[in-house]
Design a protein around this ligand. Structure first.
Ligand code: GLU
Length: 268
């Protein structure tokens, strides 16, 4: 397997349930911990791209709404409010550790069009060459069914492919992929390594979903298919304690579920 420890270009995706409390307010302590370790990974000489959900969640918190809106227009409006809230917090924390951030908002039509895709790739390259941390989200404000990724798991795998990352880490509120639903079966076993995404593996992804985000295990497996087919290793791990999780991963100790990138498998 290609070394995780030596992965130079890394995409980290964090879900809403990791970034915000159930009431929508941002979990400042966890975000600061995440930013601290990402800054440290950068100081080690890596390039880091953060794919962050939480725009709608943060908007709900900012406006003290009783729950996440279900109507599309409202979601877009709330995302517009939450996105700047989120970026403001990231910018402050990254600045504390000496790093600059950039906001990149994407919709699916950008990567479906060769010319626009090339443009996006070049901009990512320019941002990385400037040493900043691009923070990516779906452009929820203008996205609608035909042009949306729909979930940030898929978006993060697309971003990892665009920039030829070596490693994609999805931080979520679950420890990884289990052989059965751990909420229903206390004997459910965590799968540590997936070499091939077989039908059996897909069956294990029971479509679990959190109240706050949009993704579940199904979208994470879809992300794994995109990433691994491009030779990118992908890990699903618990984001409750970002520094512990990320340092464990880069120490190459078992953590979450690792999906081996395909081309790298062949090179073994
Ligand atoms: N783009 C959405 C947001 O920032 C999140 C999508 C997702 O949770 O996958 O709220």
């Amino acid at each position: 397997m290609n070394s995780i420890k030596d992965a130079k270009r890394v995409v980290v995706k964090v879900g809403t349930s990791t970034l915000a409390y159930p009431n929508g307010k941002l979990n400042i302590r966890r975000i600061e911990d995440l930013v601290k370790v990402l800054s440290d990974l950068k100081n080690q000489g890596r390039e880091v791209v953060l794919v962050s959900s939480g725009a709608i969640g943060a908007g709900v918190g900012t406006l003290n709404l009783p729950s996440r809106p279900s109507e599309v227009r409202m979601k877009q409006a709330v995302a517009a409010i939450g996105q700047i809230e989120l970026m403001n917090v990231y910018r402050k924390f990254f600045a504390d550790y000496g790093h600059h951030v950039a906001q990149v908002l994407l919709t699916k039509d950008v990567v479906d069009d060769d010319h626009r895709k090339e443009n996006a790739i070049e901009t990512f390259k320019a941002l990385l060459s400037l040493g900043v941390v691009p923070i990516v989200n779906e452009n929820d404000v203008i996205s609608y069914e035909e042009i949306e990724f729909g979930d940030n798991d898929t978006l993060s795998a697309v971003v990892a492919s665009l920039i030829d990352a070596e490693l994609l880490i999805l931080l979520s509120d679950i420890d990884g992929l289990y052989d059965s639903d751990p909420h229903k079966n206390e004997n459910a076993k965590l799968i540590q390594v997936v070499e091939e995404i077989t039908d059996e593996i897909k069956h294990m992804a029971t479509g679990s979903s959190t109240k706050q985000g949009t993704g579940g295990m199904t979208t994470k497996l879809k992300a794994a298919e995109i990433a691994t087919s491009r030779g990118i290793n992908m890990i699903i791990a618990n984001g409750n304690n970002p520094s512990k999780t990320l340092y464990t991963i880069f120490d190459e100790k078992p953590c979450g579920t690792l999906f081996l990138g395909k081309e790298k498998l062949k090179r073994m």
